[in-house]
Design a protein around this ligand. Structure first.
Ligand code: TYD
Length: 134
């Protein structure tokens, strides 16, 4: 289920600290971490879904929107703090947009990189959902 997840936030006069533990704060084991940065104004990243990968997306710095479509409806999650993020299950069409200057998107993934895991066509995405009776 798509959900916003609050992370621990250790408030400290010396500077705050947050962290993520696999299978505790997020519901999967982390196989890969990547990040998206230096995004020119107006650009959109990641119009696709994954057959198997689950992801957790955090705005470590700056802000951007995560737009998610579950096959029935589209919802926008605006991320702008480093102590929460959005959990994206498999078979969700996902788009990252509206990046602020110097924003940094950290993405934790349940799989190693595999181009064959991508569904890059929206109609194919809807077909994949249908074949699972969703
Ligand atoms: P892609 O996932 O298509 O980017 P977007 O965020 O726009 O959806 O990845 C862009 C390119 O980077 C593509 O050629 C695959 C490559 N890539 C890797 O090699 N490893 C990775 O972990 C990721 C996420 C992408």
């Amino acid at each position: 289920m798509i959900q916003l997840i609050n992370l621990p936030k250790i408030v400290d006069e010396r500077g705050n600290l947050s962290f993520i533990e696999e299978q505790h704060h997020i519901p999967f084991k982390i196989k890969r971490t990547y990040w998206i940065y230096d995004v020119p104004g107006g650009e959109i990243r990641g119009s696709h879904a994954y057959k198997e990968s689950e992801e957790f997306v955090v705005a470590i710095s700056g802000s951007f929107d995560v737009v998610l479509h579950d096959g029935k409806e589209e919802k926008k999650y605006s991320l702008n703090r480093s102590y929460y993020g959005v959990y994206v299950p498999r078979l969700v069409w996902r788009k990252l947009e509206n990046f602020s200057t110097n924003s940094l998107a950290l993405i934790l993934s349940s799989t190693v990189f595999d181009e064959n895991d991508y569904i890059r066509d929206f109609q194919n995405f809807l077909e994949a959902l249908k074949s699972e009776n969703r």
